[in-house]
Ligand binder design. Sequence first.
Ligand SMILES: [Zn+2]
Length: 93
Amino acid sequence: MADDNLITITLANAREIAKGHYSNLLCPHCRQQSVEAFFSEQNLKQGYGIWLECQRCEKVEHISCNSEPEGFSPLRISEKFQHLDDRAWNAEK
Ligand SMILES: [Zn+2]
């Protein structure tokens, strides 16, 4: 995993996600509480993605996890981001 991916999700937002808070998170770019968190899930639970999308400045942040992230909810899997991760995961094969 590239190190520069690890710093994109702030610790505060990671804590909120772990508590099951997926909406109105603080955007580190525009400083508004306008970030929505989503997940993606690789086949056979081989990997997971956490996606943060700011509804205001439209910045998207992403990290990959090898195990189920704290706060993970299948209900928050985003079709759009799942598709992006599926392509990345398929490219790794
Ligand atoms: Zn923003």
